[in-house]
Write a protein that binds this ligand. Sequence first.
Ligand code: NAD
Length: 442
Amino acid sequence: MNIAVIGTGYVGLVSGTCFADSGNDVTCVDIDKKKVDQLRDGEIPIYEPGLETLFSRGLREGRLHFTTDMDRAVSNADIVFLCLPTPPGGDGQADLSAVMQVAGELGSLIEDYTVIVNKSTVPVGTGDRVEEAVAENVDRERFDVVSNPEFLREGAAVDDFMYPERVVIGTDSDRAAEIMTTLYEPFVRSGNPIIVMDRRSSELTKYAANAMLATKITFMNEIANICEKVGANVDNIRRGIGTDSRIGKRFLFAGIGYGGSCFPKDVQAIHYTAAQNGYDFKILDSVMKVNESQKISIVKKMEEYYETTDFSGMTFGVWGLSFKPETDDIREAPALYIADELTERGAKLLAYDPEAIGTFKQATSPKVLDNTTFVHDQKAALDNIDALVICTEWNEFRRPTVDNFADEMKQPIIFDGRNLYDLERARKAGITYISVGRPAIN
Ligand code: NAD
């Protein structure tokens, strides 16, 4: 099939590359000329494990193309995927300007029957709006608009796309459903389902999934907060409840809150949609409030430990800037908030991340930039610091083990937002170790 992918970010680039790898001819479009030039030159602008091999093969075998020219990509396409940003607008509602702008242009570019697929996360009813916008410039029989939400996780995006647990397709058109099913069949050979449903349910499915996951994380963070008050250990509770198959083992790790480009904005957006429709989605109100305070809970622990809100003259090492491991994405990363709070209190920072230093520098405040030295090796971030703050659970931070900190640090004090180390070993190593939902080792 000929496929056009409009928007070549995390979702568009991974989708386009994986569709090319399964034998389709894919043209990816972006308005960012620099990005398109980079991609044409064989350079991937994001960090995503496993992407490079498929990307290089797609380029080499001539099945993957990049352009800023939407006309060229769309006029030949059987399917056009919209992988455009839908950031939070005012009041938390999704900003649909990119989606609607492209929808407005599509009608005049379509030649033969084309399936237009919304892969962006969009509020219920967006498919109807896109359909109306396209129909202004082309006969209604020449296209269908389908919802096909994307469930990939950054850091595991290629695997998630190649082996999805399910594919959701929202459409009432048999013709579009058949084309979409044919496209996705190679990805679900192991028997995972392609679930075809009406478009509105499909649009809402994506928000329901993200809101459920954000709630699960937040629930465990609240349990962690109670653990700290009553002297229990959230790790034990996680094991104790995760073995119940109704609850499941995943997404039960306590920490410093969820971040990223999806959970925060999608929780806000479904909350907004509910309110617009006269429904007060109370549980999500709490999820958002708890997550806000959870992100900086580690700073509160530092204030308690040092018995001051003034950190002038102190330098803290920071391990991890991305919102989660295996990505360079720092959107809504707790580290952004923690760095703001620490420098606001007068601290200097020595920060390290394996992939996200560049993106962090672009997104953080001038005050953080002025007060942070970025280093390119995790040991260098321990040099002469007053304490280490761990914001992301990159695997490499699990080594050197906790036993080594006493030798490597001037004062072996760790505030761990991701519960990387075993408490007993921390105690034996003689370090001060303050984590989330577990007894402090002092
Ligand atoms: P992104 O910001 O990484 O990429 C969006 C791309 O679209 C950028 O390259 C931008 O230059 C381009 N763009 C903007 N306006 C354009 C236009 N008018 N024409 C052509 N290109 C344009 O975004 P993303 O993370 O890939 O997310 C895209 C959508 O997918 C969002 O709705 C998001 O919620 C959803 N989603 C994201 C993830 C994720 O993990 N990132 C997962 C599932 C769903």
